[in-house]
Design a protein around this ligand. Structure first.
Ligand code: NAD
Length: 488
């Protein structure tokens, strides 16, 4: 008998305490060896004036145990509160969100009897940095940041997960036909890492048609890895079409820590009524047991749960006349699972966790690529301009006055589309313009410097035009690190 594993548990809000109690009762009855540290999170903490929803003492527990079983919390309405989930994910570096979406046909209603997909979602980057700005009267912006190490971590995790769990294929969804640099990087890293796993199939889908295929024929997929936003949306879609959001658990994986939770929220309207389905949190706890090296207990719990579902003992959310046999509450559902400990399902595929598979992933050190030579070759100056008829020719005439010092205006775009030179009047223009100045080449000119940019901005300021921000245009080993204008 191995020692008890310390874990941190939070009972959360709404239905959280009921489903957590049910889950702990089941896994302990199945022999889980746990030393539980309980921390408060969510509403009670927000109401004490802690805007993060989690207190310093709780971080000490999380850093000590590095394993977090978390019930859903209620996110307070209104501004001033930080998302607890995002805070925990980012603080602990939980870069991958893993969500198995499985159909339990014919016991839980679904149109996709054979569905068994695992979605691995990047968890820290993309537009989820929440870096947003209002730049003009008409235009707001959200920054989409994709990093090479971020892609490398989540993609490698997806391949490792597939290999360790006996899966055969990893698919990647991106929109790199449009976002050639950001999603393009994700795709490029995917192809590079796939080459290290010749035992696994790999494929790439543009996310729109991939999503259509996933919702129509989920059996065509096995493990799918995606950037954050697509993964957020499609993992809910996948869980729903598998049968019910209420049945899916998820793991948030870092290099040193992992958090396990149901994917649903705190369902406040169902709270305190012994109605909620504890299955999502229970399946998250099964993933946790595998992670903490108690695969036998995980297998016992998972199979007892499958048997319970198969025998038609269902909570209200998955109850169907003529399929279900007994409608039960949260506590009775837990009793039913406990009564089936030691049994396996007769019709559904039994769970099998042959050996412990740690969910955290000690990553190999980053490849030692030589630093590329970075040179500035121009600058995009974004301006707020609402001049006569929003005529790009007039704006260009003003901005050309700022030419000089080796820099000249070469292009203006509006929402990414080239409107000068040679725009057409049909293009709709807002008050937000990108004005591209490039370094004049030739005559023995070296790379341009920051001083040329600040001087340019001073000349633009002198024209009276309101600039909002700049983006330097750089090359990396002579390869352009910026996109062209649409229509350029
Ligand atoms: P929700 O998931 O709580 O509820 C959506 C619907 O599903 C409701 O009809 C609910 O009754 C039902 N439902 C959810 N879980 C169920 C279960 N286990 N058993 C039976 N029925 C269940 O989503 P919501 O209503 O949009 O959000 C409620 C609160 O939860 C919000 O404050 C939200 O911010 C929060 N939330 C928290 C998390 C988290 O902590 N991880 C995730 C999502 C939402």
């Amino acid at each position: 008998m191995t020692q008890a594993t310390p874990i941190t548990v939070a009972a959360g809000d709404g239905i959280g305490p009921e489903i957590m109690q049910a889950v702990l009762r089941i896994i302990q009855a199945a022999g889980a060896r746990l030393r539980i540290e309980t921390i408060p999170i969510g509403m009670s903490v927000y109401q004490r004036g802690c805007s993060a929803g989690i207190e310093p003492a709780a971080w000490e527990s999380l850093r000590r145990t590095r394993v977090f079983l978390k019930a859903p919390i209620t996110t307070p309405q209104g501004g001033g509160f930080k998302s607890l989930n995002v805070t925990v994910r980012k603080t602990l570096g939980l870069f991958a969100n893993v969500r198995p979406c499985t159909a339990y046909h014919p016991f839980v209603r679904t149109r996709h009897a054979g569905m068994d997909v695992v979605i691995v979602r990047e968890n820290e980057e993309d537009t989820y940095g929440g870096i947003e700005h209002r730049q003009t009267q008409e235009v707001v912006q959200c920054l989409k940041l994709i990093t090479e190490p971020g892609c490398r971590k989540v993609v490698r995790y997806a391949f490792e997960y597939a290999r360790k769990h006996g899966r055969r294929k990893v698919s990647c969804f991106t929109k790199d036909n449009i976002m050639k640099m950001t999603d393009g990087l994700f795709h490029k890293v995917f192809e590079k890492i796939a080459a290290e796993y010749p035992d696994l199939e790999h494929e790439h889908w543009i996310v729109d048609i991939g999503a259509a295929k996933l919702t129509d024929t989920p059996e065509a997929f096995d493990v799918i890895v995606m950037p954050n936003l697509y993964g957020d949306i499609l993992s809910d879609v996948a869980a729903q079409i598998a049968g019910s959001i209420g049945l899916a658990g998820s793991a948030n994986i870092g290099e040193h820590a992992a958090m396990f939770e149901a994917i649903h929220g705190s369902a406040p309207r169902r709270a305190g009524q012994n109605l909620a389905n504890p299955s999502g949190l229970l399946l998250a706890a099964v993933m946790m047991l595998v992670h903490i090296q108690q695969p036998q207990v995980a297998e016992t719990v998972h199979n007892a749960w499958l048997r319970t579902i198969e025998e038609g003992v269902h909570t209200y959310d998955i109850f169907q006349e003529n399929v279900s046999r007994e409608k039960v509450g949260t506590a009775q559902f837990a009793d039913a699972v406990i009564a089936r400990i030691g049994k396996s399902p007769a019709r559904l595929a039994p769970a099998h966790y042959a050996s412990a598979v740690e969910a955290t992933l000690p990553l190999p050190p980053p490849p030692s690529a030589p630093q590329k030579k970075k040179e500035i070759v121009g600058v995009d100056v974004f301006v707020d301009w609402n001049g006569l008829n929003r005529d790009p020719e007039l704006l260009a005439r003003e901005l050309i006055r700022a030419n000089g010092d080796g820099l000249e205006l070469t292009m203006i775009t509006n929402r990414g589309t080239k409107v000068w030179p040679q725009g057409i009047p049909e293009t709709f223009c807002t008050d937000h313009w990108r004005c591209r100045y490039m370094q004049r080449t030739g005559q023995g000119r070296g790379p341009m410097g920051h001083a040329q940019i600040t001087n340019l901005l001073q000349r633009i300021a002198a024209t009276g035009i309101d600039f909002i921000k700049i983006e330097n245009l750089c090359t990396f080993d002579a390869e352009p690190g910026y996109s062209l204008g649409q229509g350029q």
